[in-house]
Each structure stands twice: as C-alpha cells, then as structure tokens.
Design a protein around this ligand. Structure first.
Ligand SMILES: Cc1ncc(COP(=O)(O)O)c(C=O)c1O
Length: 374
C-alpha cells in the first residue's frame, strides 16, 4: 500500500487515478476480493460452510478487538453503523428527563436515532464555531441529566477531529454520561486510543478498505451493563431456543446484543481481510506516509480562492479536508475529466487522503484547482 510496488500489486485499479475519496468509498485491496470469493466457495458447502464462516467471524472479531483495544468478546459486527446506532438508542435505557448530546458536524447515522419520537430523552446540540467543536461549549450542555454524548471522532463533513481526551475528561467531570464514538472516518487511517470510550461504532466500506454491509461495535466490559439492546432476534439472545422462549426475551449484554440475527458473512469475510491488510501495513505507517500529503494539501488549499471549512490546525485533522466554492459542481466535473476523484456534496468538495495516495495525487489536485480557479 505504501510503496509503488505494493500499491500497484494490491490496488491495480488505482493506476492513473488520483483517488482522493476514501471518506466515501475505500478501494479494497485484491485480498478483499479473494476473501469474498472464498465466502462463495464456503457457501457452496451448505451447512458445512458454517464452520469456515464462523472461523472468519472469530478472526474478524479478534482483529477488530485489537483495533479497538478490546477483547474479541467485547466487540461484534452488525450490518451498518446506522443499525448499530438505532440499536444503541434502544439499548441506552433512556427515560423522560434524560438528555443526549449530539453535534452539528456529525453524520446523520449517529445523530438521528436519538431524535425519534420513541426516544424519551431530550436531545441537545453541541454546535460548531469556526468549523470546530469546542470543549467549553460542550461543558455548558453537560449536567446530571446527560446520559449519552454521541459524536464522530472525525467529522465526515469537514474532517474536524474532536480532542478526544479533553472531551472525555470534561464529560466525566460534569456528568455520568456514556461516551459513544463513531470512528468510521478514522479507523484504519490514524492510531486510536479508545480506552475511555463506552461504545465504539464504525462502518466498513471506507478506511479499512472492506466491503459494505458491516457495522463494527465495541463496548468494554465495564460499560456492558449500560447497553442492553431491546430488540428481538436470536443470535443476540442468551437462550434463543430455550423452553421459556415464548414467555420472555433476555438479550446478551453489551456488544453481543448488537448482532441480532445471522451475521452478514460476506461482509465478515471482507472485514477480516480488510482489517488484516491494515494491520499488516500498520496504522502508524499509514499515518506517517499520509500526514505530509495532508499538510501539503492543507497548505495548497489555504492559498487558493476557496472557503476552507476544515480546521487549519493539522493536529485537528486525520485524513479529510473540505472546502466550499460557488462553482463546486463544475469544479468537480473538471477534476473528474482529469481522473481526479474527490467528493462533491452539499456545495462542498471533500478531499480524503489514505495510505495508497501519493504526493503526486495531491500535486495533481492542487495544480488542476489552480488552473480552474485562475
Ligand atoms: C461518520 C460516519 N458514520 C457512518 C456512516 C455511514 O453509516 P452506515 O454504515 O449506516 O451507512 C458514514 C458515511 O459516510 C460516516 O461518515
């Protein structure tokens, strides 16, 4: 991934392309395609395929645990982040008068489940200033009624990375709230220390270079009792086929409650392969390779006639930068004509830099932007 040889070998589809859109869709290495083929082979075995299916499941959970800093028993895999967040909103045991804090740089998956009518809590919004979230603004929202603070570590919108340690310290000082963290835009891209987080959630089709169809859930055992998923199913139940099954439902506490039915095995194979690829490459090595490109891109964008909506402090960034321009859509088209891929959405352009990107990709982007904005 990090050298021209491994990039060409593992990502042949990147040839000639400046692909700067991993925050939308990661490019899987060939090993992920092979894993999906393996799933099909194993599925041909019918019921006998369950043995290799569950071997992949165990391997995926072990790798995920390592990535989250948890044991394999403290993690699980459901079908997408949105599913995990919806189950979380049911699992938190919220009551009238409780409060949940979300923020206005977050992706809808993590903020909207708490807004539903059947969620009894009052939602308070931590609003950004100058495209950054400030912990002192969060402090003014925290109190004895705060039960949950839910945020992305890295904003899908502008790449802002919350100061995690400082934020959690403030939460613990001013409330008894559980910290829910969406690491979709960080996992596989930057080293993580999630020790103090109570519920971690991630999608699977971006920076871990895997397929769609996964929601990666982690709950440390110290917080497991705070998350009891109120949902039927079988895979998530203590004794799904016991004699009492038509009288009561008892869900496994913590992460295990979030996989309600048969795991999405195709995704599980792909997740195992994607996580193994990231582990072999090394997240520290990915960050070390991509950081200079991020800084060069930030500096280049700062000198252009665009409205940068990402923080200018590189320490508050992971792999995403965003800017606005009245002609964003036309600029996007002109970039595409040069085989330069970024995200255009809601009037903004978003650049995402991963380990398979090169300084040449960034230079191509900046050169084309200079040309079209001249
Ligand atoms: C922070 C974040 N969370 C979640 C998602 C996607 O959620 P899901 O896995 O439910 O599609 C995205 C997609 O862009 C995202 O950026």
């Amino acid at each position: 991934m990090l050298t021209s040889e491994t990039r060409a070998r593992d990502f042949p589809h990147l040839e000639g392309k400046a692909y700067l859109n991993t925050a939308a869709e990661g490019i899987p290495p060939l090993a992920v395609g092979e894993a999906l083929q393996q799933y099909v082979n194993d599925k041909q075995l019918g019921m006998d395929g369950r043995e290799p299916h569950f071997e992949q499941w165990n391997a995926a959970c072990t790798l995920l645990g390592e990535m989250y800093g948890l044991s394999a028993e403290e993690v699980t895999i459901c079908s997408c982040s949105s599913e995990a967040f919806n189950l979380a909103a049911r699992a938190a045991g919220l009551e009238q008068g409780d409060e949940v804090i979300i923020n206005d740089l977050d992706f809808p998956a993590g903020s909207t489940p708490w807004l539903h009518d059947d969620c009894p809590a009052t939602v308070r919004v931590w609003r950004h200033r100058d495209w950054s979230l400030h912990v002192e603004d969060l402090v003014s929202l925290l109190g004895p009624r705060t039960r949950v603070v839910s945020t992305s570590l890295v904003s899908f919108f502008n790449g802002f990375m919350v100061p995690l340690e400082e934020m959690i310290e403030a939460i613990h000082q001013h409330s008894d709230a559980q910290v829910v963290l969406d690491v979709t835009q960080a996992l596989g891209r930057i080293p993580l220390d999630l020790t103090q987080v109570d519920l971690v959630i991630s999608s699977t089709h971006k920076w871990i270079l895997s397929s769609h169809g996964g929601g990666l859930v982690g709950i440390p055992s110290r917080s497991a009792d705070r998350w009891n998923v109120q949902a039927g199913g079988w895979f998530n139940l203590q004794d799904a086929f016991g004699s009492e099954r038509f009288e009561q439902v008892v869900v496994k506490p913590g992460a295990a409650g979030f996989t309600v039915g048969m795991p999405n095995f195709p995704a599980v194979y792909a997740i195992r392969a994607g996580l193994a690829y990231i582990k072999d490459t090394g997240v520290e090595a990915i960050e070390a390779a991509a950081r200079p490109q991020m800084e060069a891109c930030l500096e280049g964008l700062t000198g252009l006639p665009v409205e940068l909506i990402s923080p200018r402090d590189p320490s508050r960034l992971a792999g995403i930068l965003a800017f606005r321009h009245p002609d964003a859509e036309a600029i996007h088209q002109q970039l595409l004509e040069e085989n330069i891929h970024v995200m255009a959405h809601a009037g903004r352009l978003r650049v995402a830099i991963h380990g398979y990107n090169t300084m040449e990709d960034v230079e191509r982007l900046l050169a084309k932007l200079r040309e079209v904005l001249a």
